[in-house]
Design a protein around this ligand. Structure first.
Ligand code: ZN
Length: 297
């Protein structure tokens, strides 16, 4: 019975089956069985697994033309899936890249633009010759403040005071008690700023604060010690620049007087309100112009 069914099936299914089963089955049987063979039979036989069936089943897999189409469709679906995926990925990448290019520009537009407008503070660098009396070249490792001085030498200009510092080494020869003095900057009567010592080295101007401050000597036309408007304006700009450069706040702007009690700078010790308004002028200048100079003093 099983064998018959087997031949039935083979006959029903394909020519190769016929050839395979041809040994046992005859042509009339084949024809007969072809007639009686139904789909239910097929299904039934597929269920019964025997060794011969096994080979049959493998056959049916071989000859199962119906199953190839779905597989092809599946393959097509997989292909479509990957193509679609690739396209989507490409689009997403493009959008991402576009956003990356566009967004920073938008951010820049949205952010308030702060342009440092502090005018260049013109500084003439005329460093002293290194010497133990005015330029010892001791490193200035930190800058916590700015100390304002007056020259106490009415009518003298920036260069004369710079040269005085330069000459201290020579003047010290043979003296038992030589003078040690200097300043990072000297501001002249016309507002010219001469830098005598780089900001990486200490100056001899502010006693205990030499090791953490920048010193500025201001020229003055007379014994009152009041600065000329040009000297004053250059001092405001220079101090503003230093405040920005070294993150110095209002309380870091001091007088020599605030270090040692010396009457220096004379006019701004005698007139406390003038000193206060000077510090206000520095703050106003920073508020209006920023603190970043286009040219370092
Ligand atoms: Zn002083």
């Amino acid at each position: 019975m099983e064998k018959d069914n087997g031949t039935n099936h083979s006959g029903y299914r394909s020519g190769t089956r016929n050839r395979y089963n041809g040994g046992s089955g005859n042509s009339s049987r084949d024809r007969y069985n072809n007639g009686s063979g139904s789909s239910s039979h097929n299904r039934y036989n597929n269920g019964n697994g025997s060794s011969s069936r096994g080979s049959y089943n493998s056959r049916s897999r071989y000859s199962g033309g119906n199953r190839r189409r779905p597989r092809r469709r599946r393959r097509n679906n997989v292909f479509l899936f990957f193509v679609t995926g690739a396209v989507v990925l490409g689009v997403l990448t493009t959008v991402f890249l576009l956003l990356k290019i566009v967004l920073p520009a938008n951010e820049k537009k949205e952010q308030p633009v702060t342009v440092p407008k502090t005018a260049a503070v013109n500084v003439v660098k005329d460093y002293l010759t290194p010497n133990p009396y005015s330029r010892p070249q001791d490193p200035l490792t930190k800058i916590n403040g700015v100390v304002v001085h007056y020259t106490a030498n009415p009518g003298t200009d920036a260069e004369a005071n710079r040269n005085y510092f330069e000459g201290l080494a020579e003047a010290a020869a043979g003296k038992s008690n030589p003078t040690y003095a200097s300043s990072h900057y000297v501001i002249g009567l016309d507002g010219t700023i001469i830098q005598c010592i780089p900001l990486t080295e200490i100056s001899y101007a502010s006693n205990d604060r030499n090791d953490d401050t920048v010193s500025i000597e201001c020229c003055h036309p007379d014994s009152t010690g009041k600065f000329t408007p040009d000297t004053y304006q250059s001092l405001v700009k220079l101090v503003a620049w230093l405040c920005g450069e070294y993150n110095i706040h209002s309380d870091g702007i001091i007088r020599h007087y605030d270090v040692t009690g010396k009457m220096c700078p004379k006019y701004y010790v005698e007139h406390e309100d003038e000193w206060d308004s000077f510090k206000m002028d520095v703050e106003d200048y920073i508020d209006k112009n920023g603190t970043t100079a286009t040219q370092a003093p």
